[in-house]
Design a binder for this molecule. Structure first.
Ligand code: GLY
Ligand code: MN
Ligand code: MN
Length: 444
C-alpha cells in the first residue's frame, strides 16, 4: 500500500476552517516571522502523564493535535506556512499510536512545507535572518522565551556577515485573541453540540441524584453522558456540590453524601472537538424546593433571565454584570439580607457577602476563553459571533446577619450564550431551569 493510501486512524476537524484562520492571521500580521508552539506533555506522577491537551492557539490555527509541534509562517506578500512535527516512528506507534509525520501532515493539514521537529533548531535562525519582527507568544512558557532569545542571538552572532537580526518581539496571542473572540460557523456548530450534550448531562443528573448517593456518583453520571456522546472529557473539573459545599465557589472534593431536599449545585460542561461548554444548574435532591431555597433560586433565575435579555450587539460586556448586581441586590434587600437603599447596597458592595464573582466570561476553546474584556479602558462592545456565559449566583454562608433558614443555600445558574445579529441564542437552552421543569425531574 502506498503511503498516501494509508487510512488516517484519527478523526479530523474541518481543516479548511483552520487553514483559513491561518491565512487571515498572516494577512493581519503583515511582516516578519510568526512562530507558535503547541503545549508540552506534562508528567502527572512517576512516569505517568496527564492526557495531552494541545495548546488552544495552536489548535485554532492548525487543527493538529500531536505534541512536539511548532508552526512558522514567513510573513509578507506570499507567506509560507510551515509545520514542524514528530517524525513517523513505527516503534513508538506500536506503543503510543498513530503519528502523522511531516509528509502526511503537510498534505492533510494544508501546509506549504513540513519538517521533522528535529530540524527546528537549525531552521528557525535561518528563518529569523533578515527578519525584523518575530510574532510569538511572550511570557507564556519560560522555556520558549529562552529558546526565542537563543535563536535571536544565533542570528546576532552573524551580523558581521551582513545579515540583520530581529529587533522586535510581539505577542502573537493578542491578534489571535481578537480572532478567537468572534466564532465562525464551524465553531458555533461545535459549541451548540457541546451545549446540547452538556444540557443532557445535567438533565440526567437531576433524575439520577438520590439521597444516600455521593457527589462523585453524580459526577460519574455526568461524565458518562459526555463520554458516550463523544465528548471524551470535561472542559474543566466538574463541581458537584451539595448542601454547604455549594457555597464553595470552586468546590472540587465531590465526596459528600446527598441528603433528601438539600440543594445540589453542579457546574459541569464537556469539551467537544476541543471546545468547552460551561453549565451550572442547582436543584433539590429528590424533592421539591423548600420555601427559602425557592426564594433564593427564583431570585437568581430572575437575575439570569434579565442578564440574558441585555446580551445583544452593541451592548458593553460589562452591562450584564451590572444587571445581575441590580437584580440580586434588590432581591437581597427584599429578603432582608441586605440593608439600605439599592444605591447604597451597590455603592458599598454589601451584596458581595452573597454574590462575589462576575456574571460571566468568554467561552470557546478554553472555558475562560481568549479575548479582551476592555479596550482602551472601556468595556468591549458585544458583536455577533461572540460566545459568553451568563452565570449569576448567590452563596449564603452562616452569619449573624442571616436568618437561619437561609444558611448554606448556594445557587448558581449558568448558560452559554451566542451573540447573534439580532440579539442572542442560548446554546444550552434545553437544560431545564424553571422551577416547574426542574421539579418535574427531581420530585420523588
Ligand atoms: N466553571 C468555571 C466557570 O463557571 O467559570
Ligand atoms: Mn461554570
Ligand atoms: Mn463559567
Amino acid at each position: 500500500m502506498k503511503r498516501e493510501q494509508i487510512p488516517i486512524p484519527v478523526t479530523l476537524p474541518d481543516i479548511k476552517a483552520h487553514a483559513k484562520r491561518r491565512a487571515r492571521l498572516a494577512k493581519l500580521l503583515g511582516e516578519g516571522l510568526m512562530l507558535l508552539p503547541t503545549s508540552h506533555e506534562q508528567t502527572r506522577n512517576a512516569d505517568a502523564h496527564y492526557d495531552f491537551r494541545w495548546d488552544s492557539y495552536f489548535y485554532y490555527l492548525t487543527g493538529f493535535r500531536e505534541p512536539e509541534a511548532v508552526i512558522a509562517i514567513t510573513l509578507g506578500k506570499k507567506p509560507r506556512h510551515i509545520l514542524f512535527c514528530r517524525d513517523k516512528n513505527m516503534e513508538r506507534e506500536i506503543w503510543d499510536g498513530f503519528r502523522f509525520g511531516p509528509m502526511m501532515a503537510k498534505e492533510v493539514f494544508s501546509f506549504d512545507e513540513a519538517y521533522s521537529i528535529r530540524e527546528l533548531e537549525a531552521m528557525i535562525p535561518d528563518l529569523m535572518t533578515n527578519c525584523d519582527v518575530v510574532h510569538t507568544p511572550l511570557g507564556a512558557d519560560p522555556e520558549w522565551d529562552q529558546t526565542i532569545a537563543r535563536w535571536i542571538n544565533i542570528v546576532r552572532s552573524k551580523v558581521r556577515t551582513g545579515v540583520t537580526a530581529p529587533v522586535e518581539l510581539r505577542d502573537v496571542r493578542h491578534p489571535i485573541n481578537a480572532m478567537r473572540l468572534l466564532k465562525d460557523e464551524v465553531e458555533i456548530d461545535i459549541m451548540a453540540r457541546a451545549g446540547k450534550i452538556s444540557s443532557d448531562a445535567h438533565r440526567r443528573a437531576m433524575k439520577f441524584a438520590k439521597p444516600g448517593m455521593f457527589e462523585y456518583q453524580v459526577e460519574a453520571e455526568i461524565l458518562h453522558e459526555f463520554i458516550t456522546r463523544g465528548a471524551r472529557q470535561a472542559a474543566y473539573g466538574s463541581i458537584v456540590a451539595t448542601g454547604a459545599n455549594a457555597c464553595v465557589l470552586h468546590y472540587r472534593e465531590n465526596s459528600a453524601p446527598l441528603k433528601k431536599g438539600d440543594l445540589l449545585l453542579i457546574d459541569a460542561g464537556c469539551e467537544l472537538e476541543s471546545y468547552a461548554a460551561d453549565i451550572t444548574r442547582t436543584f433539590p435532591v429528590a424533592a421539591k424546593f423548600s420555601g427559602p431555597q425557592r426564594d433564593v433560586y427564583e431570585l437568581v433565575l430572575e437575575s439570569q433571565l434579565a442578564c440574558i435579555k441585555v446580551v445583544k450587539p452593541g451592548v458593553p460586556f460589562q452591562k450584564y454584570h451590572d444587571v445581575a448586581v441590580q437584580v440580586l441586590a434588590q432581591g437581597l434587600i427584599d429578603m432582608k439580607l441586605c440593608k439600605g437603599s439599592l444605591d447604597k447596597v451597590i455603592e458599598t458592595e454589601s451584596y458581595k457577602q452573597f454574590y462575589m464573582h462576575r456574571a460571566g466570561h468568554w467561552l470557546g476553546l478554553d472555558v475562560h476563553d481568549a479575548g479582551d474584556y476592555k479596550h482602551q479602558g472601556k468595556s468591549v462592545k458585544l458583536e455577533a459571533g461572540m460566545v459568553l456565559t451568563v452565570e449569576p449566583g448567590l452563596y449564603i454562608r452562616p452569619a449573624d446577619n442571616v436568618p437561619k433558614h437561609f444558611w448554606d443555600i448556594g445557587v448558581r445558574i449558568e448558560d452559554d450564550v451566542l451573540v447573534t445579529k439580532t440579539g442572542n441564542k442560548v446554546l444550552t437552552a434545553s437544560c431545564p431551569k424553571l422551577v416547574k421543569d426542574i421539579e418535574a425531574l427531581t420530585a420523588p
